[in-house]
Every structure is written in C-alpha cells, then in structure tokens.
Design a protein around this ligand. Sequence first.
Ligand SMILES: NC(=O)C1=CN([C@@H]2O[C@H](COP(=O)(O)OP(=O)(O)OC[C@H]3O[C@@H](n4cnc5c(N)ncnc54)[C@H](OP(=O)(O)O)[C@@H]3O)[C@@H](O)[C@H]2O)C=CC1
Ligand SMILES: O=C([O-])CC(=O)C(=O)O
Length: 276
Amino acid sequence: MRLGLIGYGNIAATLLGLLERTGVRPAHLAVLARPGSGATVRARIAADAADVPALAGAATVVEDAAGLLGCAPDLVVECAGHGGVAAHVPAILRAGVDLVLVSVGAMSDAALEASLRAAATEGGARIILPAGAVGGIDLLAALAPAGGLEVIYRGSKPPRAWAGTPAEAALDLDTLTERRVFFQGSAREAARDYPKNANVAATLALAGAGFEATRVELIADPAAAGNMHSYEVRSPVANYRMEIENLPSAGNAKTSVSTVYSVLREVRNRMAVVAI
Ligand SMILES: NC(=O)C1=CN([C@@H]2O[C@H](COP(=O)(O)OP(=O)(O)OC[C@H]3O[C@@H](n4cnc5c(N)ncnc54)[C@H](OP(=O)(O)O)[C@@H]3O)[C@@H](O)[C@H]2O)C=CC1
Ligand SMILES: O=C([O-])CC(=O)C(=O)O
C-alpha cells in the first residue's frame, strides 16, 4: 500500500511505529506537512527513523494536497486537526483517494461536512471514520436506523489535558483539587469548541443520534486514572453502556493512545483478507 499522511504529530509518528511493529511496511510513504514546515518535518522523520527503520530515506514530504496526490497514495490518513481537514481533505477526496478522517470533529461544521461529502461523491472516494478513542461504534451505528436513540457521552481527563481550551476560563486547571463538569451541551458545540479533545463526541453523533441530539459532558478530574470516556445508549432495540480508561499519549496528553490503535486497525483492515 502507498500511504499518505496529513500531519506528522503524535498520532502519525506513533502510527508508523505501530505499523513497523506489526510487520506492515507501506510500499511508499508521503507526508503532507504544514506549508513552510517541510524541513522541520523531514528532520523529525529522520530522527524517528532510529525506531522505525522503514522511514530512513523513504518518506516524501510535501506541503500541499497536490504534492500528496502526486505521490499516488492508495490511502490517506488525516491526523492534522480540524484546520488540516478544511485545508487539504476536499482535494484528496475529489481526486478519488479514500481517506481515514481522524479529526472527526471537523464535521461539526455543517458547511465543511457538506463539502467533504460532496467531494467524496464527486471523486468516488470513501471517508472512513475510525472509532478513535472510544469503542462500540459498530453497535451504535447498527441501532441508529431503528430511531429513538438517546446518547449521552462523558469525557473526563486530568486537568492538564484541558490546557489551551475554553475550560481554562471556567477553572484554574493548575490548582483544581476535585472533579468538575465544565461543559454540558450538544456534540456539535463540544466538537467545535474542543477540537483537540471532543472528536469522539462527533463520532458518536455521526454514528447515532446526530450532532444536536447527542448530549455531552466534559470533565476535568485530578483523580482521573487517564483519559476516561463513557457513554450510555438507550434505544427501542438495545441499551448499553461503555466505559473506557485510556492511557494518554506521551506526545500529546489530550490524545489517548488507543486512538492510534484504532487508526492502525483501519489501515491494516485495508490490506487484510478478513477485515475486522
Ligand atoms: N477521533 C478521535 O478519537 C481523536 C481525534 N484526534 C484528532 O487528531 C488530531 C491529531 O492528534 P495528535 O497527532 O495527537 O496531535 P499533534 O498536535 O501531536 O499533531 C498534529 C500535527 O498536525 C500538524 N498540522 C496542523 N495543521 C496542519 C496542516 N494544515 N497541514 C499539515 N499538518 C498540519 C501539526 O503541525 P504543527 O505542530 O505545525 O501545528 C502537528 O504536527 C487532533 O488535533 C484531533 O483533531 C485526537 C484524538 C482522538
Ligand atoms: O483521545 C482522546 O482521549 C479523545 C480526544 O482527544 C478527542 O476525542 O478528540
């Protein structure tokens, strides 16, 4: 598989290490870096090549979508945040290349969601939404056609994971001593206002009850064992609860490590005889 990545941060670098560890070596790797940061990304890839030998001299770094498409990727994984989605993803889809969209919360922008869907339809490409930091998306999506869904998601992380977000206006994250719910609202509001922390709210919304009906609570908890994700689903067909205690990434406390494993699963499934 010829693999393209949009963004070379925590998820991208961890993903490449996991691919190597699980014996998957892309036939070619292209990385789309933020314009002007190609040299920096090249240097980071060279440093990471100590752990991921396949990277040594093998990655092509480009700075725009045309450059990425010039590398003829079979699959592109977006892991660059909401800005990266708007900047690059429509062109990739329009060119007919399937894309794993990790920054699912970008679809909380209704105009961007419409443009991504239109670009994919025009190009005959698929937008693949990984489960990300949560699980059970298969059951939620299966139940959705039955209607009558009620979904509430709670995302609870240690205070430092909320640094640089609107939570700082409500809480003193440095001195917090007890669990505090600082946001209650819709999945659309959560994904829009917490673009690095509430992509899972968007994934649950798209799988199930939609952006308005999916309820979200965001919590800072100094006693949290990690990045905690829980949600409850009630429907006429089945009811269930999920609780996931996630290890935060070493490279980004906001992102759970299991997010990267879910992206790994999507990439491996593209090559597997049996996809599961
Ligand atoms: N679906 C899910 O469950 C989850 C989704 N996510 C999403 O994944 C994203 C990435 O996470 P993570 O890897 O941990 O974050 P990082 O911040 O570690 O990495 C993001 C990388 O993308 C780069 N980037 C930003 N904008 C662009 C652009 N326009 N073009 C190319 N590269 C760009 C950044 O560069 P620079 O440093 O120059 O900004 C950075 O290197 C998050 O922002 C979030 O949206 C995260 C966790 C869970
Ligand atoms: O990785 C996580 O814990 C979840 C996350 O940040 C997100 O949904 O954006």
